[in-house]
Design a protein around this ligand. Sequence first.
Ligand code: ASP
Length: 261
Amino acid sequence: IGKDILANGGRGLDAVEQVLRYFESDPKFNAGIGAVYTSAGTHEMDASIMNGKDLSAGAVAGVEHVKHPISLARLVMEKTSHVLLAYQGAEQFAEKMGIKLVPNSYFDTKLRYNQWQEYRKRLEEGKHGTVGCVVLDEYGNLAAGTSTGGMTNKMPGRIGDSPIIGAGTYADNNGSAVSGTGWGEKFIIHDVAFNMTALMKYKGYSLKKAANEIIHKILQPNDGGIIAVDKKGNYVMEFNTLGMFRGVATSSGKFEIKIWK
Ligand code: ASP
């Protein structure tokens, strides 16, 4: 989807939004339908998007009735003077923008329900499945977006890294476009996505060196991973977990999907 949009001269932001809308419609991913359950048995979703050209950004947190949180995040970026809207305020804004709200049960899936029950039985870490997309478009602009249902059995009201600009998402044409997945609290504390750009801008690190530093030296094993791209088209998909579902498509014809190391 992203490749087609970009090959037809589309903007990076459109590619990010449409790729993430696709994932949000697929119950296999922990975003939109298929979002994990909170400890109260409901779904609360977070999403964010950022434009590396002018550092504009938008995000929503704790939305319970919006099919495509990523599109609402984009509306926050483009139609308000704010960066992050949460809970009822975000949903009132969605309605004002003409988005039809859906019952929270729309996001229910058997898979996530069973995972939640398993989690409660064994108190083990739930499966992830946050979705993210980072893009360099033909105009030389970077864009990034992330969408998630959060972590299985999270407390109602818990907000993770995904809607926090600088934690789970960041894009700066002078650094990198980054989307993260993993243990959100760690990503917030270490400002993972912003620090990628900080290491590149202020310390002259390459994308690869910055990713290595953050994923393997600052974060701890099993905390998570990132996908990132810079303005030269270098990309990394670095993680310290066992695996990370990931893929890349380039204008030179590379098309690759991977799970394990
Ligand atoms: N980072 C997400 C969160 O903490 C979860 C994930 O990536 O699986 O909300």
